[in-house]
Design a protein around this ligand. Structure first.
Ligand SMILES: [Zn+2]
Length: 184
């Protein structure tokens, strides 16, 4: 999804927890351009410093909110107002669109190509999750060095890590070592 992928643009070294290895991918114009393309967002000119600052503020807003949601705290009116204000900057029109070999579908087409529009799309994606999805499934990876954000869509709501093969395994090994150490 757009919203969690956006929050995860801040990358942490999940194996070692070495904070000096943190990478903010929003600072990489090449990465950002590819990211827009991957999400079929309108291509914008490279972000100016103040636009980059706004992009990071939006990400902080979403990340702070996800931490609240993960503790079972429901979104408040202030958050919804802020999302509304981001969405106001990105008008859309309704259209029925046809893609090859697919049935026609109703779509909301972005009308501008600036960063305001892109932030509106991200805010809309998050608003959709907050209003329409199960809040208790919005999670942060249990590996404290990773903190990747994801939506747990497993049947029994059992997903504790962003990826069981990566963070899940790493934490299993850590627990095993801790036990062995404790046992002498
Ligand atoms: Zn993880």
């Amino acid at each position: 999804m757009l919203w969690d992928d956006y929050i995860n643009s801040y990358w942490r070294d999940w194996r070692t927890g070495d904070r000096s290895g943190d990478r903010d991918r929003l600072d990489d114009p090449q990465w950002l351009a590819e990211w827009l393309e991957r999400h079929q967002l309108p291509a914008a000119a490279p972000a100016k410093p103040e636009e980059l600052q706004q992009l990071k503020e939006l990400r902080s807003l979403l990340w702070e909110e996800v931490q609240q949601l993960a503790q079972g705290i429901a979104p408040d009116q202030a958050l919804l107002d802020q999302l509304n204000s981001y969405m106001t900057a990105g008008p859309v029109i309704r259209q029925i669109v046809r893609k090859p070999d697919q049935p026609p579908e109703l779509a909301l087409l972005p009308q501008q190509s600036g960063w305001g529009q892109i932030m509106a799309e991200i805010a809309a994606s998050f608003a959709g999750a907050v209003l329409e999805k199960e809040l208790s499934r919005i999670r942060i990876c249990n590996n404290p060095d990773c903190l990747w954000v994801y939506y747990d869509d497993t049947r029994n709501r059992s997903k504790r890590y962003c990826d069981d093969k990566l963070c899940g395994n790493l934490m299993k090994v850590r627990r095993f070592r801790a036990r062995r150490k404790a046992g002498g």
